[in-house]
Design a protein around this ligand. Structure first.
Ligand code: SF4
Ligand code: FES
Length: 244
């Protein structure tokens, strides 16, 4: 029985090692056969196993959960493990590392450090007036609608795709990005957090925060978890603009 061959695809990767004195940014083309259901992650693994053991890229879960495999695919940030090669009929994909993050090598970037700095900047934790929690008491009931809203915003996987898509972030290095504003929205809605609008204004009431966003919408267009980023940013801006 003859096995039908898949089409030949070309994956062009911008390679660069910023820690090497001799490395210069350059594209390398890899040609390989597409297999049924092939994702970009599978194609990159094949390239690394069979053609270029030196190719660097990040992944952990292969299932759109860990947020590690973000990269720029034909000009748009996307998760490699959720990108189907079949969706590129021309069979040519050009890959770059996501901008706005520290480059480690080739397609590998340090989103962890950026997310950590952002978390500290927006004080991404429950603030509760310093009152001790009495664990002998029953847990307080949370309104199911409020719980739903909190869980919805908590679905962020910190992939950084919204940050790499954001025109403001690329122009303003200290902008906390859609993921940072989403984080504030998550705590603002949580009844366990006792911070007031004035407290959140202190954190994000400037052009590196809520007033920097130009509503270009690319964050929400590209977010792999389809978070309502623009709605939440607009909501926070309406709430905080009165305090300006
Ligand atoms: S908001 Fe969406 S795009 Fe941004 S880091 Fe979270 S999951 Fe990724
Ligand atoms: S490898 Fe985890 S999101 Fe892609």
């Amino acid at each position: 029985m003859s096995v039908e061959k898949g089409r030949e695809i070309t994956i062009s990767v911008l390679k660069f090692n910023p820690r090497s004195k001799v490395s210069k940014p350059h594209y390398v083309d890899y040609k390989l056969e597409e297999t049924p259901g092939m994702t970009l992650f599978i194609a990159l693994m094949k390239i690394r196993e069979e053609m270029d053991a030196d190719l660097s890229f990040d992944f952990v879960c292969r299932a759109g959960i860990c947020g590690s495999c973000g990269m720029v695919v034909n000009g748009k940030p996307a998760l490699a493990c959720r990108t189907l090669i079949a969706n590129y009929p021309e069979g040519k994909l050009t890959l770059l590392p996501m901008p706005a993050f520290e480059l480690i090598k080739d397609l590998s970037i340090n989103t962890g450090k950026w997310m950590d700095d952002m978390s500290k900047k927006v004080e991404s934790w429950i603030v509760s007036n310093g009152e001790e929690t009495d664990i002998s008491k029953m847990e307080e009931r949370v309104d199911p609608d409020i719980a739903d809203q909190t869980f919805e915003l908590d679905r962020c996987i910190e992939c950084g795709i919204c940050v790499a898509s954001c025109g403001t972030k690329l122009m303003r290095p200290d902008f906390i990005g859609p993921v940072g504003l989403n984080r504030v929205a998550r705590f603002e809605v949580d009844p366990h957090d006792t911070r007031t609008a004035e407290d959140f204004y202190e954190l994000i009431g400037d052009d590196d925060g809520i007033f920097g966003c130009m509503s270009l919408l690319a964050c929400e267009d590209h977010c792999p978890k389809h978070l309502p980023l623009q709605n939440k940013i607009a909501y926070l801006r309406r709430k905080l603009v009165a305090l300006r």
